[in-house]
Design a protein around this ligand. Structure first.
Ligand code: FAD
Ligand code: NAP
Length: 348
């Protein structure tokens, strides 16, 4: 099916922060066969290509020049079923939470801690989505991409994806240079629930019989998330605006001298992790009542109920980062990606 490229398309409904933005050129991919044609047109017309999924981890400027391509291709196929695992190839446009539920319904385990994370399957490897003690990277076998702008197929193995804390090769070497078409997952058929995360462990203790099933983990995660996080459909947001900072044991010791109550967690990759939400709260941002503000239940989430433009969001983010730096000497790293800005860390 031929893909129509549209001009000047509104993106406010296509980003969960609901900032007003316009794509200079725009196309929604629904069939894999449309890709070659649209990439050829982008090359001919020398358009820069921006790929979006559900827009839940981006901050968009007023205008996105070039072509904004939204990945909506769907489909899940079972590639192989072994005695202890299943291999699934999933099109990038599948909704992440829908895919997690689909797996659990078939007793394909492992993804239950990642329930209710907004967005698409194709975006999941980009920042190695993670929650409640699990990261998607451990279940990814391969990521099938096209190089941009050439369209040449590219397949990366899990090792080649270089998954890290909310990071991967797609935020480094392949940033803006790869479009993800599908992801191959290998999921265990034997349950091995990850229940150690404190809020989840508490919920399971209160609601279970001491031997939690993946379904209970899924239910617990969904319930906790609904109680703590604003639904972007009601109050626009992009989830955590900053990553939780990771520091060395020495830096932690120095901070604890001034802040003995500082919460911290062992980082599974070495060192320590600090909850950015706590640092932000100490700087008084929860008390601020403004059009763009931090969420009353969770200081790490910037909310945009009045659907204000991106510069107002980034202004608050900068004020938060400056305050945390001044008070704790810690540099917060923004998690959602800026698009269309000419300065301030965004892509021009
Ligand atoms: P988009 O926001 O559309 O894009 C994000 C980035 O991925 C962009 O750089 C984009 O160019 C790129 N991209 C998207 N699709 C493709 C593709 N097919 N090919 C190449 N590049 C692509 N994240 C977590 O890790 N853990 C959480 O617990 C979590 N909770 C959240 C809660 C809320 C309420 C919200 C709003 C967000 C949360 N997030 C969380 C962030 C977000 O949901 C994830 O990062 C998600 O994977 C983004 O998916 P998306 O389809 O919306 O991507
Ligand atoms: P929380 O339970 O209030 O904890 C605050 C932070 O401390 C978490 O973000 C977490 O870092 C860290 N932490 C807590 N217990 C930990 C442990 N036992 N081991 C290691 N680190 C621990 O968290 P929350 O904000 O409600 O979020 C719950 C989970 O969902 C977290 O995993 C969080 O990352 C994820 N989440 C992510 C987003 C996003 O947009 N990226 C939005 C909402 C929720 P980690 O982030 O490393 O887990």
């Amino acid at each position: 099916m031929t893909l129509a490229v549209q001009e000047r398309v509104e993106l406010q409904a296509l980003n969960t922060l609901a900032v007003p933005a316009v794509a200079e050129y725009f196309a929604e991919l629904t069939e894999p066969a449309q890709l070659d044609e649209v990439l050829a047109e982008a090359r001919d017309r020398q358009w820069r290509v921006t790929v979006l999924g559900e827009g839940s981890n981006v901050v968009l400027a007023e205008t996105l020049s070039g072509l904004t391509l939204v990945q909506r291709c769907r489909g899940i196929s079972v590639l192989e079923q072994e005695a202890d695992a299943v291999c699934l190839q999933v099109a990038a446009g599948e909704n992440w939470h829908g895919f997690v539920s689909w797996c659990l319904d078939r007793d394909y385990f492992g993804l239950e801690n990642l329930a209710l994370i907004p967005g698409t399957v194709g975006a999941a490897p980009i920042q190695n989505i993670g929650a409640y003690g699990v990261e998607v990277g451990r279940f990814v076998e391969r990521v099938h991409c096209r190089e941009l702008p050439s369209g040449t197929p590219l397949v990366l193995t899990r090792e080649e994806c270089e998954f890290d804390y909310r990071n991967s090769i797609f935020k480094r070497k392949w940033q803006d240079r790869a479009l993800i078409e599908s992801v191959t997952f290998r999921l265990p058929l034997t349950p091995s629930p990850v229940t150690g995360y404190p809020t989840l462990a508490r919920w399971l203790e209160e609601h279970g019989d001491g031997d939690p099933t993946p379904r209970q983990v899924f239910d617990g995660v969904v319930t906790i998330r609904r109680s703590r996080l604003p639904d972007p459909g009601d109050i626009p947001n992009v989830g955590s605006f900053f990553k939780n900072p990771r520091i060395s044991g020495r830096a932690l010791g120095q901070l604890q001298a001034d802040w003995p109550e500082l919460p911290h967690y062992a980082d599974e990759r070495g060192g320590h992790k600090l909850p950015a939400a706590w640092l932000i709260e100490q700087c008084g941002f929860k008390q601020r009542d403004a059009a763009v503000r931090v969420h009353a239940e969770h200081a790490l989430v910037i909310v945009n109920p009045e659907r204000r433009p991106a510069p107002e969001i980034l202004e608050l983010a900068e004020a938060i980062a400056d305050a945390v730096h001044q008070r704790f000497g810690i540099l917060l790293e923004q998690e959602p990606r800026n698009y269309g800005f000419t300065s301030g860390g965004g892509r021009g």
